[in-house]
Design a protein around this ligand. Structure first.
Ligand SMILES: Nc1ncnc2c1ncn2[C@@H]1O[C@H](COP(=O)(O)OP(=O)(O)O)[C@@H](O)[C@H]1O
Ligand SMILES: [Mg+2]
Length: 232
């Protein structure tokens, strides 16, 4: 569904991603694991058109999307959950969702109501301002906001960061349910535990280079490679 082919991404003169290639098939969760600063967010942002690669191509459903604007990618069915959970602090939970709602011809139709069925905790805080939410609530809202754009493909940048283990478990279960409903996911994570449990396939990035890719069982078994690139 998504094919990233040999991209090089820069911030100004800093060369960050080196020949990064990865693929995500329809209906799977693929994870991109790596330490802090490895290039996970830059890869996600490159796909989302926020830091367009200087070299290489990105295809989504067979169409080249390199150089397209983020809003165009949302229309094509890509949802994005940024690492910094930029919820609108002065808007209520309900208003945060309302401004993102977008219908599509997709089989899966998300609106405020169905998102509340999916994240019951959000329904209870519908009228609460974004600025006073807990970390877990903000993360749920950020994911819910991506869902109401009705994506077929979801980019999740470190959704479990800073969350209590109990909250991570809940979130993990929700992400799994989304996959079971037909959503395809690329998950960037530093937290390998959650990602190894959730994913079907994994990539490891280090210093802007993909060092490993394989199915998740192989990665679970390959302690050596995880030690080398993932443990701090
Ligand atoms: N806006 C930016 N300007 C310059 N360098 C950046 C910027 N954002 C990230 N970097 C650098 O790019 C590298 C990769 O960062 P990032 O993709 O955020 O890593 P990760 O998400 O894996 O923690 C790091 O060395 C980081 O310092
Ligand atoms: Mg990051």
């Amino acid at each position: 569904m998504l094919k990233v082919k040999g991209i090089h991404t820069f911030y100004g003169l800093s060369h960050i991603l080196f020949d990064v290639s990865l693929e995500v098939s329809r209906g799977e969760i693929a994870c991109l694991l790596g330490r802090n600063g490895a290039g996970k967010s830059t890869t996600i942002k490159s796909i989302m058109g926020l830091t367009p690669p200087r070299q290489g191509t990105i295809e989504f459903k067979g169409e080249t999307i390199t150089g397209k604007q983020p809003y165009q990618l949302v229309r094509l069915g890509i949802g994005y959950v940024p690492d910094d959970r930029r919820v609108f602090a002065d808007l209520t939970v309900g208003e945060n969702l309302e401004i993102s709602e977008r219908s599509s011809g997709a089989l899966l139709m998300w609106d405020r109501e169905s998102v509340y069925d999916f994240f019951p905790a959000l329904r209870h805080i519908d009228s609460r301002k974004g600025g006073v939410l807990s970390g877990g609530e903000q993360q749920m809202l950020t994911i819910a906001r991506a869902l109401v754009t009705n994506p077929e493909f979801l980019l999740l940048d470190e959704p479990t960061e800073g969350l209590a283990p109990m909250v991570v478990k809940v979130l993990e279960e929700q992400i799994r349910r989304l996959r079971d409903k037909g959503l395809t996911v690329l998950l960037a994570e530093q937290n390998q535990k959650a990602a190894l449990r959730l994913s079907d396939r994994g990539y490891i990035i280090d210093n802007g280079v993909i060092r490993y890719h394989g199915n998740i069982e192989d990665l679970r078994d390959n302690e050596e490679i995880r030690k080398k690139y993932l443990l701090v």
